[in-house]
Write a protein that binds this ligand. Structure first.
Ligand code: ASP
Length: 345
């Protein structure tokens, strides 16, 4: 008889475990043990569940790279003991955390499913129960004793996504996330369906390694019509700056003013890595497609293709932390590491 999967539930904070402060009316974190008491249905799942909580659960707006490493280390320490992991996390920065962890985990062969909710678990109309129960089911789904998922995913409102492809798009609807440039890996309806041809293959033959160096000396620079030379110069002049996510228009286009291109070139010559991503919710950067991106291409700017800003930020922190040699950085960034970017032609 097949072994029953053993799942580790990691509670980091977020709305899912919050209650309303009766005095102020604001949502605040409450005790994790109470959270589990709200869902006796968990006992009916075909797996065993252990849980662990951050000593001080947080609203995900307070997440930072140190917290990401802390969550990664919980999974690392428990990797052999469990068959799958479900991380309960606030939705606000879930795509950032889950993207970062996808890069930090090399040769992952077990499911790591991030989820949360728009309404607290104790709320009558809550979306938390479905999100939590199905995430655990996904983490426990196996075929011949082998997990179906062996990558970092995000499950929300009936859809299972590759985490590093997601972005939060709605603060009101239960459907808070989308994966604009890559289809869902699975869907929950009457049946729990997996689209196996889209799922990353397990790297079980190679040792699971957690890479923990993240360099946050970076900035996201969203350009806008009317942005001034002074603004660009002061941002690119930040002391110790090592990387820039340049959020451009459409398919990677930016102003052609000489001062703008010169400032970017100057930064690149100083060794700053600049990545071109689009401000559009979906689609891809195609450098050289319009005249307004030809100079960016010539300047040696990295093509972010169809990567999300969240994933680009995590990848940049990760690759800078890995101390990739300057002459190899561009090619490595443009390549696919964890399924986060469609291969460029
Ligand atoms: N502010 C909350 C958080 O991200 C929102 C949520 O959980 O959905 O922690």
């Amino acid at each position: 008889m097949a072994k029953i999967p053993h799942i580790l539930l990691i509670y980091t904070g977020g709305t899912i475990g919050m209650v309303k402060d009766y005095k102020t009316g604001a949502l605040k974190i409450f005790n994790f043990d109470k959270l589990l008491k709200h869902i006796p249905e968990l006992n009916q799942l075909n797996c065993t569940i252990s849980s662990i909580s951050l000593e001080e659960p947080i609203d995900s707006s307070n997440m930072n790279p140190d917290n990401w490493v802390f969550i990664a280390e919980i999974i690392e320490k428990n990797y052999e003991k469990f068959d799958g992991f479900v991380v309960l996390h606030g939705s606000d920065t879930m795509s950032y955390t889950a993207s970062a962890i996808s890069f930090m985990f090399e040769n992952l062969s077990k499911p790591v499913i991030f989820t949360g909710s728009q309404l607290p678990i104790g709320d009558l109309r809550t979306d938390a129960k479905e999100n939590l129960i199905t995430s655990i089911e996904v983490a426990a789904s196996q075929e011949n004793g082998v997990p179906i998922i062996s990558e970092v995913c995000l499950y929300f409102e009936y859809k299972l996504y590759r985490a590093n492809r997601t972005t939060k798009i709605n603060a009101e609807h239960f459907e808070a996330f989308t994966s604009p440039n890559f289809p869902p890996l699975g869907e929950s309806g009457v049946h729990l369906k997996f689209y196996k041809q889209l799922i990353n293959k397990s790297k079980k033959t190679k040792p699971f390694t957690v890479r923990k160096h993240l360099d946050n000396n970076i900035v996201i620079l969203k350009i806008f019509p009317g942005i001034t030379e002074k603004t660009i110069a002061s941002i690119l002049g930040i002391e110790g700056l090592k990387g820039v996510i340049l959020e451009t228009f459409g398919s990677g286009n930016a102003p052609t003013d000489k001062w703008f291109i010169d400032l970017l070139k100057e930064s690149i010559n100083k060794g700053v890595q600049i990545v071109n991503v689009t401000q559009c919710i979906s689609g891809s950067v195609i450098m050289g497609h319009y005249e307004t991106s030809v100079e960016l291409k010539k300047a040696g700017i990295i093509n972010g293709g169809d990567i999300t800003t969240e994933s680009a930020l995590a990848k940049l922190m990760f690759l800078l932390g890995e101390k990739i040699p300057k002459n190899k950085f561009k090619a490595i960034f443009e390549a696919q590491l964890r399924g986060e970017i469609s291969m460029l032609e």
